[in-house]
Ligand binder design. Structure first.
Ligand SMILES: [Zn+2]
Length: 137
């Protein structure tokens, strides 16, 4: 079983260090404390071959399932915003950050860095689901 530092794991798996930490947090990657490190650094247990492909497919699927994030303008510029509930009777969307908008446009396929920081912070603060689906086992 191969164990790598977060930095090395990030290079090996071709994902950012932030993503490595996030996947460890959600249990998608396994990690343990390095017993030989006085700072108690984390060692990521390298997944079996094919993990990356499997995970990419999963991310694509997840991407398509995201319905909490919406564009606030038809041109789909700027940032996508978080909508806690898409009530049919609500004429105007009630974005978490208070961004005014008179409609919403599907943000399927958006990337994480297109997300409105204020919405993201508020959603995280309130423990809201950032995704529609739970991570698979
Ligand atoms: Zn926002």
């Amino acid at each position: 079983m191969e164990k790598l530092s977060i930095q090395d794991a990030s290079r090996r798996l071709n994902i950012s260090q932030r993503d490595v930490r996030e996947y460890v947090r959600t249990g998608e990657l396994k990690a343990e404390r390095d017993p030989n490190s006085e700072h108690g650094r984390w060692l990521v247990i390298m997944p079996e071959d094919g993990w990356e492909d499997k995970f990419k497919a999963y991310l694509d699927k997840l991407d398509a399932s995201i319905t909490r994030w919406w564009w606030a303008n038809e041109a789909k510029t700027g940032y996508v915003h978080y909508l806690e509930a898409t009530g049919i009777e609500n004429v105007e969307p009630d974005y978490l950050c208070g961004q005014p908008s008179n409609n919403l446009w599907s943000a399927a396929g958006h990337t994480q860095d297109q997300r409105c920081l204020e919405c993201l912070m508020k959603a995280t603060e309130q423990g809201l689901n950032l995704f529609e689906e739970e991570l698979p086992n």
